[in-house]
Design a protein around this ligand. Structure first.
Ligand code: PGA
Length: 252
């Protein structure tokens, strides 16, 4: 399976900047992309970026979703709304939402179910804080987050699932996780899903690494067979970095 690259554009870009970057992605992907790629702009730019990406090898992603499909939920955006805009991937439970906005595993599992119901591919983020790492609770934290966030979810051909291992201390800090530790955590994530959903489900689960990935270090992650791809924040908003990262994937 080709490596999966998801660009998480966070709250970095205006609409005009997002459209420009999306054009850069399409051009960089060309006719023979080196990886499966997606871009997740802000909600306000989803429609515009979706129009630019349409017909290209780059898929559209969203950065969040609400768990109800419709109703009186001011400010919320539902999975069917995203699906109607052509969204394929939706990032759920990103650590910036867990820690800054108080998202819990309880809401994350509801969002994951809503995404799957609407035919979207959930990209469920897990990862420990620096305190949990220092306290030797890395495995325990990730095990708990994966179990709780995927409660009742079985990855299948019809409903594939992506889990992104993103240690909180590696996000936006320039300090990435050691590839050996990434491999160990990816194996742990697969083991938890295998225990809960059976061997067959593993073929429909992709495990990505995220946290200070850039052109200069991406190869050290994606060359590991257990790393199915990357979820990239800051570097995914710079087209030269994106070109560099995709070239590194092509060179594998
Ligand atoms: P970063 O963010 O690449 O800027 O560290 C990754 C992410 O938050 O998904």
């Amino acid at each position: 399976m080709p490596k999966l690259f998801i660009g998480n554009w966070k709250m970095y870009l205006t609409d005009a900047e997002a459209v420009d970057l999306a054009r850069g992605y399409v051009e960089a992907a060309g006719a023979n992309p080196s990886c499966e790629a997606a871009a997740a702009p802000s909600y306000t730019a989803l429609d515009l970026v979706g129009t630019v990406l349409k017909g290209s090898p780059v898929a559209l992603g969203a950065q969040n979703v609400f768990w109800m499909d419709r109703g009186a939920y001011t400010g919320a955006v539902s999975a069917p709304m995203l699906s109607a805009l052509g969204v394929r991937y939706v990032i759920i439970g990103h650590s910036e939402r867990r820690y800054l906005l108080g998202e819990s595993d309880k809401t994350i599992v509801k969002k994951t179910a809503a995404a799957i119901r609407a035919g979207l591919v959930p990209v469920v983020c897990v990862g420990e804080t620096i305190e949990e790492k220092s306290a030797g609770q890395r495995e325990e934290t990730v095990r708990r987050q994966v179990s709780a966030s995927l409660e009742g979810v079985t990855p299948s051909a019809e409903h594939p699932v992506v889990v992104a291992y993103e240690p909180r201390w590696a996000i936006g800090t320039g300090i990435s996780c050691h590839p050996e530790d990434v491999v160990a955590m990816h194996e742990l994530i697969r083991a938890v899903v295998r225990e809960r959903s059976g061997e067959e489900s593993i073929g429909h689960l992709r495990v990505l690494y995220g946290g200070s990935v850039e052109a200069a270090n991406i190869a050290s992650f994606v060359r590991e067979p257990s790393v199915d791809g990357v979820l990239v924040g800051g570097a995914s908003t710079k087209i030269d970095e994106v070109r560099g990262m995709w070239s590194a994937i092509a060179a594998l």
